[in-house]
Ligand binder design. Structure first.
Ligand code: HEC
Ligand code: HEC
Length: 405
């Protein structure tokens, strides 16, 4: 039912954007068509071809120039080409990037655990069941709500006894693709991850033995586990597998960006396409957000660590103990990012535009106080971050692009 609705909504969005596109750019298409006709009529196909190529090169150069406007005709022409011929991403030495790509229909599954509808159904039921918590009142879905982009819409969640958590509840829709889970990467598989929220005193505060007892008492769970795993028995490993299988099934679909990458170049409007171009080039986002998931699976310090202050969070360092990791957080996937606000590990950004503005300024760069000078734990700014000095309309274009993901 919900899937149908989403599909319909997507269809409506697609139809609306197709109409807008047609209306706004009929003139532009018309100009393009007559240019093509002129080219066809020119004597000698070879000279027409090389004139076209020279034209395209001129177009590419024109796209490099920044400012309040972009040559929309050139933008369309260059991005109508196959992806290998798009402007190369502007990245810095040390960046681990890969080309943008449509999201696979399925998240990778661990060997021996192929996607399985019975396990997914069981996982979904467990995900929504508050009996998995110590109080019997908090389900995974409380903090990872399908209606809120699989996050909870708050800067930090309320958990057991309405205690505030320390970090923002991220979307779990892309977790099946992530090499590291949690903002600090402290778990590496979904199966391993499950125990953390279950037993975290600030989240579900459950005792696994008590949860298993409650599930075993329920005849319908006994049946469902037996059906999903081929033999009777309810244990923690199976519970984790079912929850993991459900989360791997949440791959976002029908995003406009995917349709664009798959060849429907009308799926993005001019401004969104401009945003994509900037994302690849002068905004340097692909230094860290690239590939199908729009993440490098790495950890970076964006200057949001509050070192030495009440809100201090040193992120990855808390897991590895390596001072070089101080203040670093996982690069999240940007798929569905418009639905997963508020943003960043601390949920302190209420708008995407605010995030983009801060990237434009090069992100905060807290300086050590006199007592902190020489402190090896003082987080170092990431060399892949720069002040961008983009124009206001360019920042709007990037924000519009983020909304297509
Ligand atoms: C009280 C709110 C809350 C509840 C309940 C909760 N989570 Fe979370 N979840 C969070 C927060 C906060 C984080 C990020 C914590 C961090 O990174 O340190 C998180 C992170 C995750 C992640 C990592 C996502 C990623 O890509 O890094 C997964 C997966 C996840 N939770 C699944 C679950 C499952 C499964 C359950 C139920 C067993 C659950 N959560 C219950 C708040 C919650
Ligand atoms: C140096 C690597 C790096 C670069 C360059 C970078 N990002 Fe990020 N991005 C990250 C990391 C790491 C986080 C999470 C940081 C945190 O929460 O402390 C993040 C978070 C985000 C978020 C919030 C996602 C969420 O779910 O909360 C958005 C949106 C975002 N980046 C967009 C962009 C855009 C747009 C650009 C280009 C202007 C960009 N990023 C450039 C590494 C990077």
């Amino acid at each position: 039912m919900r899937g149908d609705k989403r599909w319909l909504a997507n269809l409506a969005v697609a139809a609306a954007s197709a109409l807008l596109f047609a209306a706004a750019f009929a003139g532009l298409l018309w100009a393009g068509a007559s240019a093509a006709q002129t080219a066809q009529m020119a004597p000698g196909a070879d000279s027409a071809d090389s004139a076209d190529n020279a034209d395209l090169d001129a177009c590419r150069r024109r796209l490099d120039a920044g400012g309040a406007q972009i040559d929309r005709d050139c933008l369309r022409r260059v991005y109508a080409l196959p992806i290998e011929q798009w402007p190369r991403p502007l990245t810095d030495p040390g960046a681990r990037w890969s080309e943008l790509a449509p999201l696979p229909r399925q998240a990778p599954h661990p060997p021996g655990h192929p996607p399985d509808p019975a396990k997914v159904a069981l996982g979904k039921r467990l995900f929504e069941d508050p009996r998995l918590s110590g109080s019997g009142q908090i389900a995974c879905a409380n903090c990872h709500d399908s209606e809120l982009g699989w996050g909870d819409g708050r800067s930090v969640p309320f958990g057991h006894d309405r205690q505030r958590g320390r970090r923002n509840a991220p979307s779990v829709a892309m977790s099946g693709f992530a090499a590291h889970l949690f903002w600090d990467g402290r778990a590496s598989t979904l199966e391993e991850q499950v125990l953390h929220p279950l037993t975290d005193p600030r989240e579900m505060a459950a005792r696994p033995a008590a949860v298993l007892r409650a599930l075993r008492r329920d005849e319908s769970y006994r049946r469902q586990y037996a059906q999903a795993f081929g033999s009777p028995g309810i244990d923690l490993a199976r519970t984790a597998q079912a929850l993991a299988g459900f989360q791997r099934s949440l791959v976002p679909r029908f995003n406009r960006f995917d349709r664009f990458l798959e060849g429907n170049r009308g799926a993005l409007d001019d401004r969104e396409l401009w945003g994509l171009h900037l994302f690849r080039t002068r905004a340097r986002c692909m230094n860290c957000h690239s590939g199908a998931t729009l993440s490098d699976d790495g950890f970076h310090n964006l200057g949001l660590h509050f070192y030495g202050r009440k809100l201090q969070d040193l992120g990855r360092y808390e897991v590895t103990g390596d001072p070089a990791d101080s203040g670093k957080f996982k690069t999240p996937s940007l798929r569905n990012v418009a639905k997963t606000g508020p943003w960043m590990h601390n949920g302190r950004f209420a708008t995407l535009r605010g995030v983009v503005n801060l990237y434009n300024a090069g992100m905060p760069r807290p300086q050590p106080s006199p007592q902190q000078i020489g402190d090896p734990l003082f987080p170092q700014p990431d060399p892949l971050l720069h002040r961008l000095d983009l124009h206001r309309t360019e920042l709007e274009a990037i924000t519009a692009f983020l909304e297509t993901l």
